[in-house]
Design a protein around this ligand. Structure first.
Ligand code: MN
Ligand code: MN
Length: 326
């Protein structure tokens, strides 16, 4: 539902500024100059008020659990900035714009004290508990991939074990000791603790070795390239069905040639076109929550990784808006 003045306003981008704080309606797309103004994800309203909100975009600037290069704590800010150049028009490729039907706000960032690393899991989990208790879904922007763990803990508490649709170069299920914080092992713990259901989960784009799958359905990058995207979509849909699912997108699923700005790049990855086709092909899945992680702008070139991250995050919102549609 776009209010009349917003319909008019979207015609001229130079009539609007700082929509993140000045906009009245949470719906619709209004243009403002790409290069200026207060930054929020997709120029949505920056607010902690979640009454009637469908999706809260939440930054999680945490990167203490990386195994290689740090820097993903700057991911949320970089993705918000890159999203400004997507926010002047309607989302492409879905037929309808998510902001016409979804009330989406930018909730800002999670708060935690990096000086107490052992308290961070609990602190993030509590913040997501509070968000979910207000009947919103979340699109989290990392942060390194470990942030998915406390978020999924909160989701599993509310919805039970979830199917995971996991885009990544890495399986993140390497065996680990209980309690360790590591962005390569959290889905091993999550599966073991019954937060996710590996048999009904899909890992897409994997291209690093793990001798154990722990029951996950792995559709590796070579399969994406040789079998083709439509086949991977069909297999993923078969595995997940209409079960409640959580979608997590590690930007290193994409090839470093299109997404160099990440901590642990691996060559042979997906093109951005393959990733977008995959997401569109999952239209209708029962997505409860989602995240986009591992954008690390210090290693980026010409902001292409941040732009890829922002576009994937926008497509995750499109997927959320289309749930149950087919
Ligand atoms: Mn990962
Ligand atoms: Mn990865």
């Amino acid at each position: 539902m776009i209010v009349e003045n917003e319909k008019k306003a979207q015609l001229d981008e130079f009539e609007n500024i700082d929509l993140a704080v000045t906009r009245d309606s949470h719906y619709g797309t209004i243009a403002e100059p790409v290069y200026s103004g207060v930054l929020s994800f997709m120029r949505r309203k920056y607010t902690k008020q979640l009454k009637d909100v469908d999706v809260a975009v939440v930054g999680v600037p945490f990167d203490l659990s990386v195994t290689n290069r740090p820097g993903a704590r700057f991911g949320p800010r970089a993705v918000r900035e890159a999203s400004a150049q997507l926010a002047w028009g309607k989302a492409w490729g879905w037929g309808e714009d998510p902001f016409d039907s979804l009330n989406v706000v930018d909730w800002g960032d999670c708060l935690f004290d990096p000086g107490y690393p052992d308290q961070i899991v609990h602190s993030l989990e509590k913040q997501f508990d509070q968000l979910l208790s207000q009947d919103v879904s979340t699109l989290a922007i990392g942060g390194d991939h470990f942030v998915s763990y406390p978020i999924i803990k909160a989701y599993a508490k509310k919805y039970g074990p979830l199917s995971l649709i996991h885009f990544d170069a890495h399986c993140d299920t390497w065996r680990d000791k209980e309690g360790r914080i590591d962005h390569g092992t959290m889905f091993y713990h999550a599966a073991k603790q019954g937060l996710i259901d590996p048999e009904h989960s899909a890992q897409i784009g994997i291209r690093t070795h793990n001798s154990e799958s722990h029951g996950f359905n792995v559709f590796d990058a070579d399969q994406v390239h040789t079998l083709g995207v439509p086949e991977i979509i069909a297999r993923t849909r078969e595995v997940v069905g209409d079960r409640p699912c959580y979608i997590t997108f590690d930007i290193d699923c994409l090839d470093p040639s299109v997404a160099p700005g990440t901590g642990t790049p691996v060559i042979g990855g997906l093109t951005s076109a393959q990733a977008l086709e995959l997401l569109r092909g999952l239209k209708g899945v029962n997505v409860m929550g989602m995240d986009l992680v591992e954008v690390s702008p210090s290693y980026d070139v010409g902001q292409i990784t941040s732009l890829a991250g922002a576009t994937i995050a926008l497509n995750l919102l499109c997927l959320f808006g289309a749930k149950g549609s087919c």
